[in-house]
Design a protein around this ligand. Structure first.
Ligand code: SF4
Length: 400
């Protein structure tokens, strides 16, 4: 599915939800507290960039705004933005989001604009406490604005729903890594896209149905346990105990980067001449792998603490401290999962991506994996050249 088709489909889903009387809360940063939002009777939905809207110069924005925030702001300025009950900006993640959130509130005072501030560092229990307090304040704001108090029963239902979705997607990610011929990257990225558009029961049913179809074949191959072991290792951020022989016929590529959707990457690869359906075996993108491999929210403790623990248990972002851990994990992925080439995506004018990518390239080089860096803007204005670079890169990969 092309990215414009993804946006069209996403808009239709959102419209159907709104027509059915649902309130949709948009988010921009990849780790919103989904379960808490649902516990207030709202549907969380990723606010997507739109390649057909030019994120042009906007006098209200600071010069350091990235292409993603410019595109979102331009959609709002020209009224092509989806119908949302509110929008959540993150604090402490990057200057661009912090600033655009402030400008948005000033420029569109009737919009319900929220800010959820994330801890930058990984300080264990202190970071959990900090984020739990932030999520509690956010939850109180939702209750006061929409008049719907936090519901314990809806929270528990949301935990089960998100578990179903993430669990099936995690297993499908692992199947794609171990046996890429069993599920195409296009299918996987479309399912992730459905989750991002709205974590509904319908989306969960489609994702589970795909997993059940794949499961039968995995069981026939005697690989069910291996898929489960890989899922556990990826959830624990530790591949050191994972051993398997991967069939490496043909090059195996991974893609890494920040706030870029798997659907965008799948759309780019569609036009790359000669690429095989089994070439891209793993994305390590913020809106893909890092969102999917988020540990479940527990039910034992305070809901805000459990929610914070789950968010902070996900693989960390370029906006957070923890680069050495990310580098160690990347090297393990490249070596233990038989990756022959790495595509490093950078959102144009994104400081966190631009600070991170030299370290990613160096790490790959240290384990003998070639890389190509792709600067992407939300309009994919350089599309033909980017596709050409991917093709040239693939031609240089040695998969022996
Ligand atoms: S793309 Fe980069 S600069 Fe833009 S909002 Fe995301 S992290 Fe911030």
């Amino acid at each position: 599915m092309s990215y414009p088709e993804v946006i069209e489909q996403s808009n239709q889903v959102l419209k159907a939800l709104v027509d059915a009387g649902e309130r949709v809360l948009g988010y921009i940063y990849p780790h919103p507290p989904h379960e808490i939002i649902i516990a207030h009777g709202l549907k969380p939905s990723l606010v997507r960039t739109n390649p057909s809207v030019v994120g042009a110069y906007e006098a209200s924005l600071q010069t350091f705004s990235c292409s993603l925030t410019r595109n979102l702001f331009s959609q709002r300025v020209n009224n092509s933005f989806p119908q949302l009950a509110g929008i959540v900006f993150s604090g402490n993640t990057c200057d661009a989001l912090q600033n655009v959130g402030d400008v948005w509130r000033k420029r569109f005072p009737k919009d319900n604009v929220f800010r959820l501030t994330y801890p930058v560092g990984d300080l264990g229990a202190s970071s959990v406490d900090f984020l739990a307090m932030e999520i509690k304040a956010f939850s109180d704001e939702l209750a006061s604005l929409y008049g719907e108090e936090f519901s314990e029963s809806s929270f528990r239902e949301a935990i089960m729903l998100l578990d179903e979705i993430r669990n099936a997607l995690q297993l499908l990610y692992c199947v794609r890594i171990l046996h890429p011929s069993l599920i195409s990257y296009n299918t996987l990225s479309s399912l992730v896209g459905e989750f991002l558009t709205a974590p509904t029961q319908e989306a969960a049913d489609r994702i589970k149905m795909t997993w059940n179809e794949v499961l039968e074949r995995i069981e026939n191959m005697g690989q069910r346990n291996k898929v489960g072991q890989l899922r556990d290792s990826l959830l624990n951020h530790d591949l050191s105990d994972f051993e398997t022989v991967i069939d490496t016929s043909g090059p195996r590529i991974a893609v890494i980067g920040g706030m870029i959707e798997p659907n965008t990457v799948a759309g780019l690869l569609e036009n790359v001449h000669g690429i095989s359906d089994t070439t891209l075996v793993l994305d390590m993108l913020s809106f893909g792998f890092k969102t999917v491999f988020t540990p479940p929210v527990g039910i034992e403790d305070d809901p805000y603490e459990e929610s914070a623990r789950s968010i902070l248990g996900a693989h960390s972002e370029p906006t957070q401290e923890g680069l050495p851990k990310r580098i160690t994990f990347l090297k393990d992925v490249l070596t233990r999962l038989s990756i022959h080439g790495l595509i490093v995506c950078e959102q144009s004018f994104c400081d966190p991506d631009e600070f991170e990518s030299p370290s990613l390239e160096r790490a790959a080089k240290e384990v003998g994996v070639p890389t190509v860096k792709l600067p992407l803007d939300s309009e994919l204005s350089d599309r033909a050249r980017i596709e050409g670079r991917i093709q040239t890169f693939l031609e240089t990969i040695d998969d022996n």
